[in-house]
Design a protein around this ligand. Structure first.
Ligand code: GSH
Length: 206
C-alpha cells in the first residue's frame, strides 16, 4: 500500500493527506518528524536525504517535496479536475502552489510558531505583527482571484487550492484579527465541508 510519511500536524504533510483523500487513495499514514523522530535515521534518509517530511512511497517509487507529491498524485491518479488535460489550465492552477509555498513561507512560519507552538515566554509579538502584515496582502490576492473563480484552480477544486487550503486552516484558526475577505471566507467554508479536507487537514493544531 502507498505510504505517506510525516506527522499529521505538519502543514506540508496535510497537503499530501488532503490530496490523497480527495483522490480516494488507499494509503498508510506513518508518523515521522517532530516528536516522532525517524527523519534522521539512515533508513529514512535513504528515502529522503533532506530528513524532512512529507515523503511518499508508491510501490518502489519514492518522492519528497510536498507540492511535487501533490502534482504526482494528481497526474497519476486524478480525474480531469485534478489533472486537467489542457496545459494552460494545469499551469494556471499550478502557479498558485508555488506562489503559496514561496510567498507565505517565513511569515506564515513565524505566525504558526508564535501563536501555536511557542510558550507565552517564547512568543514574539513583533514577529506576530510582521507575520500578519505580510500574510494579509497575500490572502487579499487570493481573495481577488476567488471573486473571479470559485477555486484557485478555476471552476473546480484542484492542485492550485491545496497549498493555500492547508495554510488557510491555520490562518482562520489563529487567534488574530483578520480583515473581511468574503470570497476567501466562502472558499474556506466550502473546503471545511469536504470530508477529504476534514480528514487530511483539520487535525488539531499543535
Ligand atoms: N519544501 C519541503 C519542506 C518540508 C519541511 O520543511 N517539512 C517540515 C515540516 S512542515 C519538517 O520536515 N520539519 C522537521 C520535522 O518535522 O522533524 C516540502 O514542501 O515538503
Amino acid at each position: 500500500m502507498m505510504k505517506i510519511w510525516g506527522r499529521t500536524n505538519s502543514t506540508n504533510v496535510r497537503k499530501v493527506l488532503w490530496c490523497a483523500e480527495e483522490l480516494k487513495l488507499k494509503y498508510e499514514s506513518i508518523p515521522a518528524g517532530g516528536e516522532f523522530g525517524l527523519v534522521n535515521e539512515a533508513s529514512y534518509l535513504a528515502k529522503n536525504p533532506n530528513g524532512r517530511i512529507p515523503c511518499l512511497e508508491d510501490g518502489e517509487f519514492v518522492l519528497w517535496e510536498s507540492n511535487v507529491i501533490v502534482r504526482y498524485l494528481a497526474k497519476k491518479y486524478g480525474q480531469e479536475s485534478f489533472a486537467p488535460a489542457d496545459i494552460q489550465t494545469w499551469y494556471a492552477a499550478e502557479k498558485w502552489m508555488d506562489w503559496a509555498s514561496l510567498s507565505f513561507g517565513m511569515p506564515f512560519r513565524d505566525l504558526f510558531w508564535n501563536l501555536i507552538r511557542h510558550s507565552p515566554e517564547q512568543r514574539s509579538e513583533e514577529e506576530i505583527a510582521l507575520g500578519i502584515k505580510h500574510c494579509t496582502p497575500l490572502m487579499a490576492m487570493a481573495n481577488a482571484q476567488l471573486e473571479k473563480t470559485p477555486y484557485l484552480s478555476g471552476s473546480h477544486l484542484g492542485i492550485g487550492d491545496i497549498p493555500l487550503g492547508a495554510i488557510a486552516y491555520s490562518w482562520f484558526s489563529f487567534p488574530i484579527e483578520r480583515p473581511s475577505m468574503p470570497a476567501l471566507e466562502d472558499w474556506y467554508e466550502g473546503l471545511k465541508s469536504r470530508p477529504a479536507y476534514q480528514k487530511g487537514v483539520m487535525s488539531p493544531l499543535t
